[in-house]
Design a protein around this ligand. Structure first.
Ligand SMILES: [Zn+2]
Length: 421
């Protein structure tokens, strides 16, 4: 039986009623009816283990049919991933279920001055979710959104002048901001809480925060646009260990793949054993919270095949990011119809790395950076290096001005695939 993480020993009557209600809704979706017809009744976790796992497309089919509405106030639609085709969406009522998050996670309080650094457009939920949290905290809040590089200096100065104590954003965005602040000698002595959501924590941030804002500690939220916030962590927890909220039921299934069930009766999305692609395991957390916690191991889809060889995207990017002179790396696979795919390694040079480097040092920061990194890849023992030795043209290493990012969310993916044709 898969392993369940739940606040109570087994499903309460309220939990059972919620599961029954969601099952009933799913049986009403024509495309899913035959799948959910045999499922249930669910009285225990053992019963729940027999309910089929729901994939992303299943949930989108269900939402398309059900079109849920909030009991009162507006019903909000937000966009989750979905890089191709029509956007994947999630529904939520005003408030975005943040009362429960605030009750269990005190990243901000009334005395804080908080800057919301998540972008607000294109139906992305993070900005609004954190504003709903700030509403419970009762702090002073400012809606900045993501900054572009030429905006860093004036806004960082503004943070210092206004004695900003809290700042939140996607780790991709935070990393570039705090790298810049560290390189230019900015100090934010009042900053004590850095909120993050949307990606894994970035180790580079620990070093840069120590220099820029020695009082600052990280506070993370984990979830998705379909499940909303599933779990939180505090500065005393490892960055990849999470404490699920009481209304969220996490299941660790075969191959450590996670699925999620929202037990809050107010939740509009029919999230029942919903699998996101994240893997994890049950652990005890070093923070001292006695309840079992969830260690998230990353996604199981970060292994790709390149010219027949397995390439672990996260491992290669982490290795390249640790090379001297590299601020951040990114892989781009250009597929070719004849199988002759090319791997482009894009490197953002660390400012201050080269002889003439100033804060805006770009590709010229270190003339031999690309060739050094290329030699490193060719000489390493990782999957496709043998391919590059045989086919030197299948590897390109370029120092670039900027990496390919998602304009909507500010996230910078480790891998971009350009299909043939
Ligand atoms: Zn903990």
């Amino acid at each position: 039986m898969p392993e369940f993480l739940l606040a109570t020993p087994d499903l309460s009557e309220t939990d059972q009623a919620r599961v029954a209600a969601v099952l009933e809704r799913l049986r009403g979706v024509p495309e899913l009816a035959t799948r959910y017809q045999p499922a249930g009744p669910v009285g225990t976790l053992a019963d729940l283990a027999g309910v089929p796992v729901m994939l992303k497309d299943d949930l989108q089919v269900a939402l398309g049919h059900l079109q849920p509405r909030a009991e009162r106030g507006a019903t909000w639609l937000f966009q989750s991933g979905g890089s191709t085709g029509s956007p994947q969406v999630g529904y939520a009522p005003t408030g975005l279920y943040m009362a429960e998050v605030y009750a269990h996670w005190r990243a901000l309080g009334r005395d804080d001055v908080f800057v919301n650094g998540w972008s607000a457009g294109k139906m992305w939920g993070a900005h609004f979710l954190v504003n709903a949290y700030a509403d419970h905290a009762g702090c002073v809040a400012m809606n900045l959104g993501a900054m572009s590089r030429d905006e860093y200096d004036p806004w960082l100065q503004f943070f210092a002048t206004r004695k900003v104590t809290g700042y939140g954003g996607t780790p991709s965005v935070l990393r570039l901001v705090f790298r810049h602040a560290a390189e230019t000698g900015v100090k934010l002595p009042d900053l004590r809480a850095v909120l993050w959501l949307g990606e894994a924590w970035d180790r580079q941030l620990d070093a840069d925060l120590a220099a820029v804002a020695p009082q600052a500690r990280r506070w993370g939220m984990f979830g998705s646009t379909e499940t909303w916030v599933v779990a939180t962590n505090t500065p005393d927890c490892p960055a990849d260990v999470w404490h699920p909220l009481p209304s969220q039921l996490v299941c660790v299934g075969e191959d450590e793949l996670l699925d999620f069930t929202c037990l809050n009766p107010q939740v509009l999305n029919p999230v029942l054993r919903y699998r996101t692609g994240d893997a994890g395991r049950v652990v005890s957390c070093a923070c001292g919270n006695p309840r079992p916690a969830l260690q998230v191991l990353g996604r199981r889809d970060n292994l790709i095949k390149f010219r027949g060889h397995l390439l672990n995207v996260d491992d290669l990017v982490a290795d390249l990011d640790a090379r001297p002179g590299v601020a951040r790396s990114q892989l781009v696979v250009r597929e070719a119809a004849d199988g002759g795919s090319v791997l482009q390694v894009r490197l953002l040079a660390a400012a201050g790395a080269g002889p003439n480097a100033g804060p805006d040092a770009g590709p010229d920061a270190e003339p031999d950076l690309a060739s050094r990194v290329r030699e490193h890849i060719l000489g390493s023992a990782f999957g496709p290096s043998i391919v590059f030795q045989r086919n030197p043209h299948s590897l390109e290493v370029d120092v670039v001005e900027s990496l390919i990012g998602n304009e909507r969310t500010g996230k910078i993916p480790s891998l971009v695939v350009r299909p043939a044709g």
